[in-house]
Write a protein that binds this ligand. Structure first.
Ligand code: GLU
Length: 468
């Protein structure tokens, strides 16, 4: 094969049942592949490995594709589905069989178990295949698998991994592995190699749980005469104390983070930082990441997932985002129908309130909750009115008058008015703002009264204060 002209990488998730952990880990792998491609001006491809019909589900595929879109990790070519490529795998299996790289094996599990008894009393369900059918010439009318004829005249397979350096795999530890099952379905190691070769993948950047498969895949490349890609095996995401992802983390898919109000930008920044470093910097924009990303700074130790840090990063992103953008995201990610639920407020009022509250929130969900509360200020209880001190009752009356007669209302004017008001009466702002906040926002802790009044506008503020 001729030299590949460019960097071509792929993200190849299996849409199987364990998508919860997979989803978070998958996003991690997708991101690194995407960044690697974008940095090199190459191509990022997506391949759905859905050959395991028993475990693959379309809804998991939909979630993966939706998550990629949400994270803004677009593929540069149409998405490839392994389930639609059986003919291609069958063709190459026959081809390799004809070349003698594969052979038919008629041994049943039971026969292998019996033969292994003397060798491996552990009772494992996997038996190192002893090669009985390797040189078999007859073709009995019995079910068979196709096995790879592992060369026995070499010692090691050596792979230069871009992250781990030289990896050496003794061939004596690799048996003649199955390429096609007896029902005709191809095995993972085979489909991956066929696809990576035909898709002209230049770099296989994947989780280090696949290191163990790499020597088998190298053997298939060699037998088919295909050019090897470069391999880079990335660390997996671990739980906070370096152990496996905990049940809690594992049970959380990207969809749950999204519904919980994590922003795609923050999650992606966080995940990249988890496995890669550029000095001590935490917040790095997507454009800059593309610019500076390099495999050199990818760690090879498992990266520890820390939800508290993700939350902190989310808050940092949230506080600088455009209010209208956030409004649209609340509708899309947190609360479909949100706009109707807060229809008592106009778009400008909501945007203004978002600007007031976004820096107080760690998640979009929290922000949406504030907005709902602001749109649905509960009726005041009778006892709240009765409990108002005379000084507070006066303040409400006076403020109502003043508001009605002042146009236009600005933050400075309102602040000035309130300061003069308390100074003249020798009281403090704290003496009067409790009920005002409560009437305007439904809560007693809120941004400044002046800010709130300007956001809600004159009419709405007067209507709310009148209820006092
Ligand atoms: N489908 C495999 C997985 O989801 C990835 C295969 C590969 O990257 O080679 O783990």
């Amino acid at each position: 094969m001729t030299q590949r002209p460019e960097v071509r990488v792929r993200f190849a998730p299996s849409p199987t049942g364990n998508f919860h952990i997979g989803n978070l880990r998958n996003s991690f792998k997708a991101l690194f592949n995407w960044l690697f491609a974008r940095h090199a001006g190459g191509r990022f491809l997506v391949r759905i490995e859905d050959t395991d019909l028993a475990r693959s589900r379309e809804e998991f595929t939909a979630i993966i594709l939706d998550t990629l879109a949400w994270c803004n990790l677009s593929a540069d070519e149409p998405i490839c589905f392994q389930s639609q490529r059986s003919d291609i795998y069958a063709f190459w299996a026959n081809e390799l069989l004809a070349r003698g790289a594969l052979y038919r094996c008629y041994c049943t599990q039971e026969e292998m178990r019996q033969r292994a008894r003397g060798v491996s009393p552990s009772g494992d369900e996997y038996f190192f295949y002893d090669g009985l059918c390797r040189d078999r010439k007859d073709q009995p009318d019995k079910p068979f698998v196709l096995r790879f004829r592992v060369p026995r005249d070499r010692h090691d397979i050596v792979v230069e991994d871009l992250l781990h350096g030289t990896l050496r795999f003794p061939l004596s530890a690799i048996d003649d592995f199955v390429i096609v099952r007896s029902d005709g379905s191809p095995m993972y190691n085979f489909t991956v190699v066929v696809d990576d070769a035909l898709m002209q993948i230049s770099h296989v950047l994947r989780g280090d749980d696949h290191i163990i498969n790499t020597p088998r895949q190298v053997l298939i490349y060699e037998a088919a005469g295909w050019q090897l890609p470069q391999f880079a095996h990335m660390p997996l995401i671990l739980g906070k104390d370096g152990a496996k992802l905990s049940k809690r983390d594992a049970a959380t898919s990207v969809i749950d983070y999204r519904r919980g109000g994590i922003l795609a930008e923050a999650l992606c920044n966080y995940l990249v930082r988890l496995g890669w470093a550029s000095g001590d910097r935490e917040i790095i924009s997507r454009d800059e990441l593309v610019h500076i990303f390099s495999l050199k700074n990818v760690g090879v130790k498992g990266a520890q997932f820390d939800y508290a840090k993700l939350l902190w990063m989310n808050g940092v992103y949230l506080k600088d985002m455009d209010a209208h953008d956030l409004m649209a995201r609340i509708e899309r990610d947190i609360m479909p129908g949100f706009r109707q639920k807060v229809e008592s407020l106009r778009d400008e009022q909501i945007a203004c309130l978002i600007r007031l509250y976004q820096s107080r929130c760690k998640t979009l969900y929290e922000l949406a909750t504030y907005l709902m509360q602001l749109a649905h200020v509960p009726e005041l209880e009778d006892h709240e009115r009765v409990q108002m001190a005379p000084v507070q009752q006066d303040a409400v009356q006076e403020l109502l008058h003043w508001l009605a007669s002042t146009t236009p209302l600005t933050i400075d004017l309102i602040k000035q008015y309130l300061q003069t008001y308390v100074a003249e009466r020798n009281i403090t702002l704290a003496d009067i703002t409790g009920p005002l906040r409560r009437a305007l926002t439904g809560s007693t802790s809120a941004p400044s009264i002046a800010d709130i009044i300007v956001c809600l506008g004159k009419e709405e503020s007067i209507a709310r204060l009148r209820k006092l």
